[in-house]
Design a protein around this ligand. Structure first.
Ligand code: NAD
Length: 267
């Protein structure tokens, strides 16, 4: 039993053109999985698939707007047509929003963020589960990239928090549905991770996030990808219904004053 068990598994990764999704697609490709990369940007998505192939892996890109459930169904069908089966779906595509009190959001903001972060994830799970069953996969898995905001609400993020709490709830409910049938369902909950989701946030803001995290730094996208690899492997078949933080203890509790009697242990 080792990570070689992932070799040959067919997995879809949404939002694979950059950030956490790109890192997951690459790590899957490097470990012998057949990767179907989905994103809206053909140029960036093709680049990721091409680089996986150049390193000897197997990957295709399927241009997909993951806020459109019809396009997600087509994505799942394309994966099965291309590789003859489906073992897993990583629903990672998601957007952030805001930094405003709830009343300052518009109802169209609600529709936009729920279309991708919630309905898109539901469609990935629904059509993904159907295809995984039809493939008679021996190690099927659904992984949703939620957030620490799916565990611990954050000020200014009412809509984002609502979508991510929903993803964590949907993950746990589906895990109960599929546990008797051998498909694992888990959520990865990243903390502050250095990706383009922060847009053009100034370096000062990123420094704030690093300081706010008990680990004293932001995470790298690969740190989520290694968990996604483990969850896709046969080492993790008894892990299902979990929402696992990758967050440097950000969601573990609040930072309080603590005095070390023996700081010399760090020397
Ligand atoms: N970076 C963080 O600090 C952080 C923290 C917690 C959770 N997350 C979650 O991780 C996931 C990935 O975020 P990231 O940080 O890599 O962001 P990112 O902006 O770097 O990448 C997002 C990816 O999603 C894709 N995408 C966006 N809208 C799409 C759509 N409509 N259809 C298809 N693809 C679409 C983008 O093309 C891109 O590939 C998201 O669900 C996000 O909520 C990120």
């Amino acid at each position: 039993m080792d990570f070689k068990s992932v070799a040959g598994k067919v997995a879809i990764v949404t939002g694979a053109s950059r950030g956490i999704g790109e890192a997951i697609a690459r790590v899957y490709g490097e470990n012998g999985m057949k990767v179907v990369c989905a994103a809206r940007s053909a140029e960036q998505g093709e680049r990721v698939a091409e680089e996986i192939r150049r390193k000897g892996g197997e990957a295709v890109f399927v241009q997909t707007d993951c806020s459109d459930t019809t396009q997600i169904k087509r994505l799942i069908d394309r994966a099965v047509e291309t590789y003859g089966k489906l073992d897993g779906v990583v629903s990672n595509a998601g957007i952030g929003q805001g930094g405003n009190p709830l009343h300052e959001y518009e109802t169209k903001d609600y529709d936009n963020i729920f279309a991708l972060n919630s309905k898109g994830v539901f469609a990935g799970m629904k059509y993904g589960a159907e295809a995984i069953f039809q493939s008679h996969s021996a190690g099927g898995f659904l992984i949703n990239v939620a957030s620490v905001a799916g565990i611990l609400p954050q000020r200014g993020q009412a809509l984002y928090v609502a979508t991510k709490h929903g993803v964590v709830g949907m993950t746990k409910a589906a895990a109960l549905d599929y546990a008797p049938h051998g498909i694992t369902v888990n959520a990865i909950c990243p903390g502050y991770t250095r990706t383009s989701i922060f847009g053009d946030a100034p370096e000062q803001a990123l420094e704030y996030f690093a300081k706010d995290c008990p680990a004293g730094r932001m995470g790298q996208p690969e740190e989520c990808a290694y968990l996604a690899l483990f969850l896709a492997s046969d080492l993790a078949r008894y892990i299902t219904g979990a929402a696992i933080p990758v967050d440097g203890a950000l969601s573990a509790g609040s930072k309080n004053v603590s005095t070390w009697k023996h700081p010399e242990i760090l020397e």
